[in-house]
Design a protein around this ligand. Structure first.
Ligand code: BTN
Length: 254
């Protein structure tokens, strides 16, 4: 007999709410099933990484998944990778070949198409639950994006030049997430997921600048740790491991 589906076994759809991550966290705290999904047509207080605001008007795909994995709290970043791999494969299957940028971006030709935000709750040194939220700019053109992100963001429809249907995209992402999530619990699960993420990622082997908390490091990305960290070799030959930060890939000087 086949495995019962976890991710997407319960789906809650709402028109407008402050944040799907917010509602999913409330549901998770009150014991909703593993894999519960919250989808919204619009968010009024969409949350981005590092407390940033996430623009979430109509024309996007905004949803969150409650996950209850047996993972160490230190490996929560792997859940962001899970969302990123699932979304990148779904977008690719609809003709939108995105790249993944550490730690949480979906990028098309250097412009951000989407992002993933994982928020987890730890109790007694164990991950009690996590909420992985995914936001993707789907329809419309750059004129439909707010002025402040117009130059750096892109929609899936403008990348393909034809309409991309948010419902079809959601179904594919949830099905990919479900398959990846079932493998995550197996032996070597997190490591295998980081490897799958690495295949789709930009940056490995490249020179980058990483900025974190007002500090700046420059070096070559030597790889990604099994906990989702970025490993950099600095110009001084020092190995540095980062768990957060903003990365810019440096262009090669001819
Ligand atoms: C980022 O790139 O900073 C992460 C953005 C994550 C946005 C999504 S939209 C659905 C979910 N609900 C939120 O409030 N945030 C995430």
């Amino acid at each position: 007999m086949g495995r019962t589906r976890t991710v997407g076994s319960v789906i809650l759809r709402l028109d407008t709410i402050p944040s799907t991550n917010g509602l999913a966290s409330t549901l998770a705290a009150s014991g909703c099933p593993d894999g519960t999904v919250v989808v919204a047509g619009m968010q009024t207080s969409g949350r981005g990484r590092l407390g940033r605001h996430w623009h979430s008007g109509c024309g996007g795909l905004w949803f969150s998944v409650v996950l209850r994995p047996r993972l160490s709290p230190r490996t929560a970043q792997v859940l962001t990778f899970l969302g990123a791999v699932a979304a990148a494969r779904a977008l690719k299957s609809l003709g939108v070949p995105v790249e993944l940028k550490w730690p949480n971006d979906l990028v098309w030709r250097g412009r951000k198409m989407g992002g993933i935000l994982t928020e987890s709750v730890v109790s007694g040194g164990r991950m009690k639950y996590a909420v992985t939220g995914i936001g993707i700019n789907v329809s419309g053109g750059s004129a439909d994006l707010p002025a402040e992100i117009r130059g750096s963001a892109v929609t899936a429809s403008s990348a393909t030049g034809k309409p991309v249907e948010a419902g079809a995209l959601l179904r594919r992402i949830l099905s990919n997430m479900d398959a990846l999530y079932s493998r995550l619990g197996g032996p070597g699960g997190p490591k295998a997921l980081v490897e799958e993420w690495g295949v789709l990622a930009e940056g490995a082997g490249k020179r980058v600048v990483l900025q974190e908390g007002g500090r700046r490091w420059e070096g070559t990305v030597s790889g990604f740790g099994a906990d989702g960290s970025l490993i950099m070799l600095t110009g001084k030959g020092e190995k540095k491991v980062f768990h957060s930060g903003d990365v810019t890939v440096l262009k090669k000087v001819p």
